[in-house]
Design a protein around this ligand. Structure first.
Ligand SMILES: C[S@@+](CC[C@H](N)C(=O)[O-])C[C@H]1O[C@@H](n2cnc3c(N)ncnc32)[C@H](O)[C@@H]1O
Length: 838
């Protein structure tokens, strides 16, 4: 059981969100359904129109696919996307699940494929390592069609909920694979929600981590959208990791958290402890930016209707800014992946080219053509065209003056700004507005242009001289997927300093009021790489005809489409709701119907992150569970509450996260942290709970990490008693099959305890040796019984896994050494299992 085990130990609240399966995007919503001639609503099941003439015209011009391929390209783009999913490599049951897919489902589902339309019902994605990612050809309807498919469907739902698998579009799995993440890396995921790629990054960090230990690397997952941050927290909680910080910033202004001179002086004089790191720089950066999302058309067909060229044009500058910030936060020698789920060169090759130009030789585009050879991809384009208001533009000099507010020189292959364009603003990368303020928002306004350039293809074509062929574009018809774009950068040296003029044109894309500390610094800061960063300076961009931001983001929702209703969101980071007597300045807030005051941290709306240093409580926990000294608690525990008397949850953080947190404190809390660490201890509030000498129980998320380090409150159950616990949830001491177990249980101190499965029925050492095959659950020792503290779905999943293992090995120790009584109960258990599992 690895520290970041995943798969075991999630809260009921969290599960609720994963139970929401993705809405059927191929079904029109009520608001979308149209009225027929009689004024009656057409059926809500009418499929979306899967065509858009502007789309066809635009992409035929771009030459993303050859004219001969066009028909097959568009045909595949109109078909629903096959489902894909990934096995969590750090799950305890990773191997079981893979072999269930390879040996059970692959054969049994094959028998169900009768229409001959697809060769394989399910198959591993050939380019994903170790058969961990799978593609299924079944539609939702088909999955409900017959018994075998229903069983498969249930399997997918349950394992996704538990965290053993993640439903994720196949091409969305690609970018992290090119990041080459190692367990000691510090990784920044700049636009991370809803978090499928963050989950992958964490798996990479955790690869080959021993049970009870943590990797030395960490991930910071950031997103500008608070609600989507909550999705991200839910998604990554399934990983049970102490090596993650979730932040909520505009990625283009992500803080660099470096110590200034004053801090350095203070630390020299011993006033402050020198932190292990002095600036937040990363070995790896994932820059999976917001985009127009037309690569997800097969999954989200409503994009057919919404698509227009302005969606991509309007995002280009933001994408450049985010990527530039990523590069500036990257260590020299580090790697950054830039990716979008858009096919549009303006959001892809044009952004990559602009980054290369701005970085002036400090970075290189990596040729990754020999990596993942089985992944079919196409080289990046060297030439493309820009379309604006129905006009085809070959170079920036063709852009009419009044459109220069929305079209940047960097959108064109040469990237030339042409000095004859007086309004060009080198900071924003955009031209200024027309004097009369006309923003030219209508197609009909083309005739108003001063010196209009005739829309013609005979103008000279621009061709980029940069090695853009090293980028990769994945197109749907090559391997029956969605579309994606990926570029890999390597940082060779610090970035050159950029001379900055005052920014004349600024429009906030995300007016996220909370994304600012109480006090803003006006000064322009220069980070270690020489890039100026002014936190108060949101470099502007105009979105003249972009779909609303919300529309764009909706289109971006990953296949794990989760419930975004804020009222149903994670309560993990909710205020600890403390009473603050006498604090009348901020005014009372009504929290859950009670008048309570919330002590704010530095960031409005976010609970403070506080190191938990209450030695009395920590010592009581250590003594109660017999936590050995080799497991460091001191300096690794944090809470979200300044008042230690009212702390409900204590989180555990890895060394790496601790280093970042210490730096963040010394740098003035620049990071707006929405979630940090692994929930390890929870205050026991129930009546019976208060009778325990220890006020805190071990949370199911924290148990895998703590397991090898606890020496007290431990019981080892025979297979049959273990199964009974999972099955019946509460068992009286006298009712255990193994009477000695019942006696030992009765002698434990009241409160939380841990029950290990004694697979072989031989006497386990005390405490038991923990390895990757160890199975243990958190329980509660009451006055007369033992109760399981595991959610129903976890119990069910564990029962099924144990049953499977018993079925596989006829002579497995699970069966071999059970007593006659246990064998009898096993029959009963199997019958019950059939009822539970269906
Ligand atoms: C393509 S999605 C990311 C998908 C994610 N990487 C995954 O694999 O699950 C883009 C994300 O960028 C976020 N976003 C948009 N503008 C942003 C900004 N300025 N800074 C940070 N995040 C932003 C959106 O909220 C959205 O969640």
């Amino acid at each position: 059981m690895g520290g970041g085990g995943g798969g075991r130990g999630k809260s009921r609240t969290q599960r609720k969100h994963f139970r929401q399966s993705r809405e059927n995007v191929w079904k029109r919503s009520k608001s979308d359904s149209q009225q027929d001639n009689n004024g009656e609503n057409k059926t809500a099941w009418e499929p979306f129109a899967t065509q858009n003439p502007a789309f066809d015209e635009y992409y035929k011009e771009q030459g993303i696919v050859s004219p001969e391929e066009w028909d097959v390209f568009i045909e595949v783009l109109r078909k629903p996307l096959p489902a894909a999913f990934r096995i969590n490599s750090s799950s305890q049951f990773c191997t079981d699940i893979r072999s269930q897919l390879e040996n059970d489902f692959m054969t049994s589902l094959q028998a169900e494929v009768t229409d001959g339309s697809e060769v394989d019902p399910i198959r591993p994605l050939p380019w994903y390592p170790e058969n961990l990612a799978w593609h299924s050809n079944f539609s939702r309807m088909q999955l409900r069609k017959n018994q075998t498919l229903v069983r498969f469907h249930e399997f997918l739902k349950q394992e996704n909920e538990i965290g053993n698998i993640t439903r994720q579009e196949a091409v969305s799995m690609v970018p992290p694979l090119f990041l080459d993440v190692r367990p000691d890396h510090f990784v920044l995921d700049m636009c991370a929600a809803p978090g499928s790629k963050t989950f992958q990054l964490l798996e990479m960090i955790y690869q080959s981590t021993e049970p009870g230990s943590l990797p030395s690397g960490m991930v910071i997952a950031n997103d500008v959208d608070v609600q989507r941050c909550n999705l991200l927290i839910h998604q990554t909680k399934r990983m049970c990791t102490a090596n993650l910080i979730v932040t909520n910033h505009e990625a283009q202004h992500f803080p660099s958290c470096h110590l200034n001179k004053n801090h350095a002086n203070a630390s020299e004089t011993g006033v402050l402890k020198v932190p292990s790191i002095c600036q937040l720089l990363f070995d790896r950066v994932l820059c999976d930016v917001p985009c127009s999302g037309d690569g997800t058309l097969r999954k989200a067909p409503d994009i057919w209707r919404k698509w227009n060229v302005g969606m991509a044009n309007g995002l280009h500058c933001l994408q450049v800014q985010i990527a530039m910030r990523g590069i500036s936060l990257l260590k020299v020698g580090g790697r950054m992946v830039y990716s979008t789920c858009s096919m549009n060169p303006v959001e892809n090759e044009a952004v990559v080219a602009e980054i290369l130009r701005r970085c002036g030789g400090s970075i290189e585009l990596v040729d990754v053509s020999s990596e993942l050879p089985q992944l079919i991809r196409r080289p990046g384009l060297k030439k493309w065209k820009v379309r604006d208001k129905g006009i085809l533009l070959n170079s920036y000099k063709d852009v009419p003056k009044f459109r220069r507010s929305g079209i940047a020189p960097g959108m064109f292959p040469s990237g030339k700004s042409y000095i004859d364009a007086p309004d060009y603003d080198h900071d924003t990368g955009l031209g200024g507005r027309h004097d009369n303020g006309h923003d030219g928002n209508s197609e009909n306004e083309a005739h108003l242009m001063e010196n209009p350039v005739a829309p013609t293809d005979v103008l000279e074509e621009e061709v980029s001289t940069l090695p853009l062929e090293r980028c990769m574009r994945i197109v749907p018809h090559d391997q029956n997927t969605g579309a994606f774009f990926v570029a890999v950068f390597h940082k060779l040296s610090p970035l050159p300093a950029i001379q900055k003029k005052p920014v004349s044109l600024q429009v906030h894309l995300h007016s996220n009021n909370d994304d600012r500390p109480e006090k803003l610094s006006d000064e322009v800061k220069v980070d270690i790489n020489g890039v100026e960063v002014n936190p108060a300076d949101v470099t502007g961009m105009l979105l003249p005809e972009v779909a609303s931001d919300a529309d764009l983001l909706n289109n971006e929702l990953e296949e794990t489409a989760l419930d975004t209703d804020p009222s149903k969101m994670c309560k993990e980071n909710e205020s600890e709701e403390i009473l603050a007597p006498g604090d009348s300045e901020k005014g009372p807030e009504i929290v859950r119907g009670k008048r309570k005051l919330q002590i704010q941290g530095k960031w409005r709306g976010v609970d403070p992150v506080v190191f938990f240093r209450d030695d009395t409580i920590v010592d009581s926990i250590k003594t109660f569970y017999g936590i050995d000294e080799s497991f460091p608690l001191s300096g690794h525990l944090v809470t979200r509450n300044n008042d230690t008397n009212h702390v409900k949850r204590i989180y555990y953080i890895s060394n790496s996260v601790k280093d970042v947190l210490e730096l963040n404190f010394q740098a003035g809390q620049q990071l707006k942290i929405t979630s940090i660490g692994l929930k390890m201890f929870e205050r026991q509030t129930s009546k019976e709970g208060t009778s325990s000498p220890c006020a805190f129980r071990i949370s199911s998320e924290g148990l895998p990490l703590l397991l090898p380090h606890i020496t007290k409150q431990i019981l080892c159950a025979s297979p049959v008693d273990f199964k009974h616990l999972l099955q019946y949830k509460t068992i009286k001491f006298a009712d255990f099959v193994d009477a000695e177990f019942g006696q030992k249980a009765s002698k434990l101190m009241s409160g939380c305890c841990v029950v290990f499965l004694n697979k072989g029925c031989e006497t386990l050492s005390h405490p038991p040796q923990v390895d990757t095959s160890t199975i243990a659950i958190g329980c509660w020792k009451g006055r007369s019984n033992v109760s399981v503290m595991v959610t129903a779905i976890d119990c069910q999943e564990l029962l099924e896994r144990l049953l499977k293992r018993m079925e596989i090995g006829e002579d497995s120790p699970l069966q071999e050494n059970t007593s006659v009584a246990a064998d009898e109960v096993d029959v009963e258990f199997k019958e019950d299992m059939e009822t539970i599992v269906g």
